[in-house]
Design a protein around this ligand. Sequence first.
Ligand code: KG4
Ligand code: ZN
Length: 358
Amino acid sequence: MSKPIIILGIESSCDDTAAAVIKDGKLLANIVSSQAVHKAYGGVVPELASRAHQQNIVPVVDQTLKQAGIEKSELSAVAFTRGPGLMGSLLVGTSFAKAFALGLNIPLIEVNHMQGHILAHFIEDAPPGLFRGEEGQHIVPASVFPSFPFICLTVSGGHTQIVLVNDFFDMKVIGETIDDAAGEAFDKAAKIMGLPYPGGPLIDKYAKEGNPEAFTFSKPQLSGLNYSFSGLKTGFMNFIAGETAKNPDFVEQRRADICASIQHVIVDILLNKLKKAAKQYDIKQIAIAGGVSANSGLRDALHKLANQLGWTVFIPKFEYCTDNAAMIAITGYYKYLRKDFTTQGIAPLPRYVLDNNE
Ligand code: KG4
Ligand code: ZN
């Protein structure tokens, strides 16, 4: 039997320090350490993020290898997030990965974080330990993976893109936001309501109890496949200010309805362009990726659309939606198969464009 390919993935682009181990495409361990330090500031503070990464990276990698039951000497390569992201945060993961690969004399693989979010759809799950004895049992059959070409709506705190995915390494951004990302729209709306950062998951939580049609907000009128969320944010801010002036307890009293309504409009904006893209490119295989793809309103609405329009939809497991290193390790695995390695001269790329994948 040929030697297994074992990839250590490292993710440190924003405020999560994460590591994962993938063996022959199957996940053995996946650990994410989220930084609570930013909660008090209503957003990620770059300097604090890089300091926390510096503290967390060694224990996170250590724990991941232990959980995977893998010795450092068994690793085939180290894959790391090169960008996009915060420079200070990226530097920690990049420097760590470079030193680790150099020390072990194994290949180094650089990964575009947005490509990682999309390729998270190709992670095969396996509980830790499963492969220590016997080889090759697949938990998720290969048939559940999307086949090419498919369209992926990638929605995170920093990005909102509609991507035409022709292959693992042939991705074309066909639409994107011209201002705020969808995750930012959620987080800013939450902040306006006095909720802590990151507010997206909280809006999702409260929305479950509310009426999505209680309040209406105007949607952007943008032609083509691009998005805009900054107008919605301003409209929402003015709405809350106006209502609070009349009733200081408005947000507290109507929290569920406000959350359900703002979530409804964001999801509607996202899916309208996605429908347009699917029609334009005549593609019925549709995936979502990135932190906002954890949103239950988006997931439910996508399922409904799939039934209406005959789409096959691919929705990642929750742990592969938000930032994680399993998605970096799986991208590293596919790059490893192509012998797509990088050198010790590599530096982070805070504005790494998806279409520019080498
Ligand atoms: O992909 P991600 O973890 O990090 C970035 O690369 O940005 O995405 C984080 C974003 C945040 O804006 C967060 O509020 C949002 O994803 N998010 C959600 C939910 N879970 C995470 N937004 C709405 N509903 C959720 N359930
Ligand atoms: Zn992300």
